[in-house]
Design a protein around this ligand. Structure first.
Ligand SMILES: Cc1cc2nc3c(=O)[nH]c(=O)nc-3n(C[C@H](O)[C@H](O)[C@H](O)COP(=O)(O)O)c2cc1C
Length: 263
């Protein structure tokens, strides 16, 4: 449902032009909405008079944007993208609450297919220890089950399990990260885009993340873990470790040349 304030609307038609679903038209000098749309909010964002609202959302959340004064330095942004590293060594301290909120906010504002906004973020902090123990407990059985379908992972997980058994301080899955965030999404790209935004926000806050494909695989193979997490039927798009790096990188890591075809 889109609501247009007829007092404020000047019938400029900017919302009509920008509506991806063609659900708006100008009639008698005022914008008019025909249900139903995906509530992408472009009509809210583009209106020069703030005449459009979507009651389903918290409209106090909407921020004004001044294209003349707001800038992102492209070189700085590229530096940040290049200096970002996967973190496998964490300081023993939690991310401050307001920083964590910003990181989650970056995930919330990621685009989603059909604007579904159905991505879920499960932050593990207080219960991380319980979850970690539960996951490690499952590893030997899951590794056995993977012998046929994924023998490489079966061997790897067994090796990791033995390593941790020998020294519980040496955790080759969780790397003693103080926080983990699971991103659940039926569309994997929705979750991936949220994760990327969150990672870059984390870097801007002086923190860092590791996407753990291993943990993601273990959770996906374990109905008990999915049940514990409250996502029995939703796919895990990303399992992210999050915290302050206990390692300082001095330069970028090299990369292959990009496989780009321009036609
Ligand atoms: C989807 C995905 C899953 C990953 N899973 C793991 C993992 O399970 N364990 C790990 O140590 N690193 C994992 N990584 C990190 C990659 O190994 C890392 O991105 C790559 O080596 C490049 O290093 P950089 O991120 O520091 O540039 C994963 C990365 C991605 C994007």
């Amino acid at each position: 449902m889109i609501v247009i304030d007829r007092e404020k609307c000047i019938g400029c038609g900017l919302c009509v032009k920008d509506c991806p679903a063609n659900k708006l038209k100008v009639e008698d000098g005022k914008a008019v909405y025909t249900p139903e749309c995906i509530q992408c909010g472009h009509c809210v964002a583009v209106c020069p008079r703030a005449a459009v609202s979507i009651p389903e959302y918290d409209m106090d959340d909407v921020e004004e944007y001044d294209a003349d004064t707001f800038t992102v330095d492209p070189d700085n942004l590229l530096h940040s993208l290049k200096f970002r590293r996967s973190i496998r060594n964490y300081q023993d301290r939690h991310i401050e609450e307001e920083k964590l909120e910003k990181i989650l906010e970056a995930g919330r504002y990621a685009p989603t297919a059909k604007n579904s906004q159905s991505t879920r973020f499960i932050v593990l902090e207080k219960e991380l220890g319980t979850f970690r123990d539960l996951l490690w407990e499952q590893v030997p059985d899951l590794a056995d089950k993977m012998k046929e379908t994924a023998p490489h992972y079966a061997m790897l997980f067994k090796f990791m399990y033995r390593r941790r058994k020998k020294n519980p301080e040496d955790d080759p899955l969780f790397f003693n990260a103080p926080t983990c965030v699971l991103i659940a999404a039926d569309n994997p790209l929705d979750g991936g885009l949220a994760a990327a935004g969150m990672e870059h926000m984390a870097v801007a806050e002086g923190a860092g993340v590791l996407y753990s494909g291993y943990i993601q695989r273990i959770i996906e193979a374990s109905p008990a873990l999915k049940e514990w997490l409250g996502i029995p039927d939703t796919a895990v798009a990303c399992f992210m470790l999050l915290g302050y790096p206990a390692v300082t990188y001095r330069r970028t890591a090299p990369r292959k040349t990009a496989d780009v075809e321009r036609r």
